[in-house]
Design a binder for this molecule. Sequence first.
Ligand code: GLA
Length: 669
Amino acid sequence: MTAATSWPRIAGLAYGGDYNPEQWPRETWDEDVRLMREAGVTLVSVGIFSWAMLEPREGEYDFAWMDDLLDLLHANGVAVDLGTPTVAPPAWFFATYPEARVVTRDGVTLGAGSRGMASHSHPAYQDASARIAGALARRYGDHPAVVMWHVHNEYGVPVGEDYSPAAVDAWRVWLRTRYVSLDALNAAWGTAFWGQRYGEWEHVGAPAAAPTTLNPAQRLDFARFTDDQLRACFSREKAAIREHADQPVTTNFMAHQSWNVDLWKWAALVDIVSDDHYLWSPDPDAHVLLALAADLTRSVAGGNPWILMEHSTSGVNWQGRNISKRPGEMRRNSLAHLGRGADAILFFQWRASRSGAEKFHSAMLPHAGTESRVWREVVELGGHLRDLADVRGSRVRADVAVLYDWESLWAQELDWRPSEDVQFRERMRAFYERLWRDHVTVDFAHPGHDLSAYKLVVAPASYLLTRDSAANLTRYVEAGGTLLVNFFSAIVDENDAVHDGGFGAPLKDALGLTVEEFLPMREGDTAAVRWTGGETVDLPVDVWQDHLALAGAETVAEYLSGPAAGKAAITRHEHGEGVGWYVGTRLDVDALATVMRAVYADAGVEISGLPATLEVVTRHGADADFVVAINHGDDAALLPVAGVNMLTGVETDGELEVPGGGVAVVRTA
Ligand code: GLA
């Protein structure tokens, strides 16, 4: 896999957002560009939803308004990320090709009048989307405003899986390519179970609604197929653009917010990684998930700078309760993305829409206009990004990797698991938050990646772990690495079949154990473990206990209560030059602190004594380091650092006070 590297030709850090001027009269555009200049906007994404305006009838194009728009933006020094409008086909498309609509798992055909309704497997959609992408590239490939291309919008959202006839035909072709013979398919899917054996390719259907749960291997393959179909659509459009244009091409991901695209694979196809991120309102500490998403985005980008393509200046419109950002929160969010590798900070959207489904979504220019808190903060942020121009291109370094595999997520989320309380996202969040609170900067990695650069590898949720990946992790430990594996990991192979040798068998050498039996707990039940690794302390646990079969591992904590009372709960195993840790139960973020302290000590990972609410990340440049500090607490916090705060110009010689809710970016030597 290659990592994205090209960067659009824009000086400094890019600033801006989605711009949908077709919703406004022409005279408003002049005001828009004037205000964009005032705010320091340098990059806008246009045309993402403009198919009906650009091709009002099939094969008939109207580019006049786009010509005018691009010229206007260029004349005002605003660069353009030109969208292909293929997430929202026009009404004529669905009238002409009604069979190109998506069918859900339950057999419902999705209607037009929204967005994202076309079947990615239907030839009419494939042709029409490549045609409009090519037509745009032919017309604007040489336009001086266009610095990059934005294909489609958030692949996989709102539509991922499609059960239309066209999709089922494509699925059979996909299966024949993957398995070649029906015998191989029957073996991989374990169709001997419930008499599901197939004798003809035509009899293999998509895993649509059925009387009870479906074959999990079939569903897992359907998830892979869906992702492949979406990627093929991206590649088709990218190829159409490449015939006429050579600017970098991206599509906006939603790292850790959408689930049906495998970003390790997608990142290899885009020229530059971009990501959208929205705070999840019910979560008062949503900035932790923001940091997780930003680290994941940087990691799929191979450590290269990336574009924050969308976030919000204040509330969104699509959650149950759309909580507005507090004063200063948008700046903290923006700089947290920047600290974790974003070299462009963009929003959805420039000017709030008066009509349509998103009129209550915040924007850079709100309905209240320029006499507003949001606008003042937007202008202030534009100034900050100008002051931070030198940060561009600098890199984040991490000693710790967290394993993240979309295939494992897809498999773990299928039906009929031992406990519905065991969830990929919950465990990912808990371990990530522990590391975040300890100020340990992490990368994410696939379990098959080369991990040798990391002192510590953490596996919060590796339910599906192939033999090859398990061997990779074992070699990592043998060579001196420290590996921490959480329960319900290394359970199944790539076909969702339990590993030969039992639960955890592929990691037996690295961890010095396997799992004899799962002992899930009743909802609300709690228990405790006694930790004896150095200090002795009792830690609360819930949801799950493993009955472990030790094969060399030493017990560091034992269950005091619960179904596995008296048995090993947390273990440590020296293997080769390294150490394999295992946690067989669910610990919350606070309880994990004790475990992680011991794990950090084994790995040689240093932690600071900074307040947990002070987020600090360093970007390393060729000539200087940039320490980005974000205070999520209400009280001022002290940061030991020497250098110049680039946001104020004030020099600090050893200790910087970051005010409650405030931010700082210090250029050190
Ligand atoms: C997504 C889309 C945007 C807009 C925002 C609203 O991220 O890409 O077009 O709908 O959500 O939050």
